[in-house]
Design a protein around this ligand. Sequence first.
Ligand code: 13P
Ligand code: SF4
Length: 324
Amino acid sequence: MVDSSVPLRSGPGAHDLPDDLEGAIRELKRERNAVLLAHYYQDSEVQDLADFVGDSLALARAAQNVDQDVIAFCGVHFMAETAKILNPDCTVVVPDLEAGCSLADGCPTEAFREFVEAHPGAAVLTYINSTAEIKAMSDLICTSSNAPKMAAQFEGQPLIFAPDRHLARWVAQRSNRPDMIAWQATCIVHEQFSAKRLAKLKMKHPDAEVLAHPECDEAVLDQADFIASTTGIIQQAIDSKSSTLIIATEDGVFHQIGQRAPDKTLIQAPGMDESCACNQCPFMRLNTLEKLYLCLRDLSPEVSIEEGLRVEALRPIERMLALS
Ligand code: 13P
Ligand code: SF4
């Protein structure tokens, strides 16, 4: 049962909030027997409350191994949905059900089904940033940390890669698969980094190491010294011999790097538009402490999935986890 003794900021109602939000979330986590999983792109105060912070692959593994009753998932919908697919007996709640992803949204089920049918005999390798319906149509799932390795499973066979066209191009180059058939969705955050302004920034900081996520455009990746998933970027920033790092990914990773390598100077790769905070994922940032408190208090919104679809989507995810 929820402890009704937690003091509230105002009178009764759905959005009443306790004065000590962090303390109340910790208390609710205990009462609900819940685990809080968070992606690196969450606000720093959400990361600090989490039991586990990771990239997509590490979060999928963590979700699979949870034996508590509840997962409160601070990330975007496809990540929470993957947690539910892997751990159906857990109640999976999210702070905001609207936290989507431009890659998952950019690959609608029926259009993708037609695309697959138009390429008979092709295997389907799908980025984890996709809906359960798209995963269910796939032979194998990958994340940004294992995509080239997963592509290598399909040597000698025609291969569809979906939904990120930039990741597809990077994987095709790294795996020498120029024949790869790519779906054409993009990440609205990584696509906005400006190659032209990055080149100027590099001239100002000639000793800086450039770290980039493979969802970036080719002209940005061409200037990067190191390309990896969020976990890879954070680890490289800590290990790097350079004292200055230019980082081309969502700026949530700065929190972990700042804590684990406080002596490093971190510079955000510039966006096309100088005036906007376009290096923040608007979907990830929908998850606030207030909404996290409410989702743990009410056990809502809950992520659910029809059992037949879950079993179909589980198959290629489990295959990835076995191969990783
Ligand atoms: P990672 O798997 O590298 O954490 O990437 C997830 C993501 O959504 C990047 O935009
Ligand atoms: Fe999706 Fe891009 Fe946000 Fe990652 S940063 S969750 S790929 S929209």
